[in-house]
Write a protein that binds this ligand. Structure first.
Ligand SMILES: C[S@@+](CC[C@H](N)C(=O)[O-])C[C@H]1O[C@@H](n2cnc3c(N)ncnc32)[C@H](O)[C@@H]1O
Ligand SMILES: Nc1nc2[nH]cc(C(=O)O)c2c(=O)[nH]1
Ligand code: SF4
Ligand SMILES: [Mg+2]
Length: 225
């Protein structure tokens, strides 16, 4: 049987974060996450409840956030993207935690159709994607779910987009990357948590000092999804 994916949302927008900021993209948001970040902005994707299962057309029609999801394979996803007439050629697979799923079938099928793909992951699960996928790891340290960031995920990352609230978050990032610094290929970005002014100020200052990139959630400033 083809690999099945639980889809919480699918929509066309502008990538608001990281090195692809400004690029038009189709977002595929998968259901399920047990990492438990207290400040997570997509908590409606955490739980997978049978009673929330619905049809894909209901999911792609919905305009409000909900915990509903539809189970689809990669062919069904691509057919729905074509039916909706999406024009973006970049596809961002996020969640929830998308690496709870084996994403190889989906990413390879999208590449075959001429799309580029990007994965947004916490780095707490094995990253199973096509070689050509761009992987954004946003490390989650000491969260409620008790999961650890995997070394193999950090080494696969093309971008490490670290959430920053206070100076402790910079220390946690240093502890993660310093042992790997010779092997890492990723661009490091700092992303202020929840647009907090102090977090934004800290992230900006550290990016200047360290020659890192600042990632602000631009979609939230302009009021788009
Ligand atoms: C909602 S998560 C989903 C993908 C994956 N679970 C992860 O954490 O990377 C997508 C991105 O949003 C970031 N994020 C979530 N809530 C945020 C918040 N309140 N402020 C800033 N970034 C946030 C995450 O760190 C991650 O980079
Ligand atoms: N516009 C926009 N850009 C994003 N980049 C990462 C997002 C995510 O939730 O993974 C996101 C999102 O939700 N919206
Ligand atoms: S890992 Fe991602 S989806 Fe899961 S709780 Fe943290 S920010 Fe939210
Ligand atoms: Mg988001």
């Amino acid at each position: 049987m083809a690999q099945q994916y639980r889809i919480n949302e699918m929509f066309q927008t502008i990538q608001g974060e990281g090195v692809y900021t400004g690029v038009p993209a189709v977002f595929i948001r998968l259901q399920g996450c047990d990492v438990g970040c207290p400040w997570c902005d997509t908590q409606h994707t955490w739980h997978i409840a049978d009673q929330d299962k619905t049809d894909l057309i209901i999911i792609t029609d919905k305009s409000n956030e909900s915990s509903r999801w539809a189970q689809v394979d990669s062919c069904g996803i691509i057919k729905e993207m074509q039916r909706l007439g999406y024009v973006a050629k970049h596809v961002v697979i996020t969640g929830g935690e998308p690496c709870m799923y084996d994403l190889r079938e989906l990413t390879l099928a999208l590449h075959q159709q001429g799309y580029s793909t990007q994965i947004e992951t916490s780095g707490t699960y094995k990253v199973q994607v096509a070689d050509a996928s761009f992987v954004t790891v946003s490390p989650k340290v000491n969260m409620k779910g008790g999961l650890s960031v995997r070394k193999d995920a950090l080494l696969r990352a093309n971008e490490i987009k670290h959430p920053v609230g206070t100076a402790k978050d910079i220390d946690a990032l240093d502890a993660l990357i310093q042992p790997l610094h010779k092997q890492l290929q990723a661009q490091i970005c700092l992303q202020p948590i929840s647009q907090k002014p102090r977090a934004t100020q800290l992230a900006t200052q550290v990016c200047i000092e360290r020659n890192w990139r600042l990632s602000i959630q631009t979609h939230k400033y302009i009021g788009i999804d």
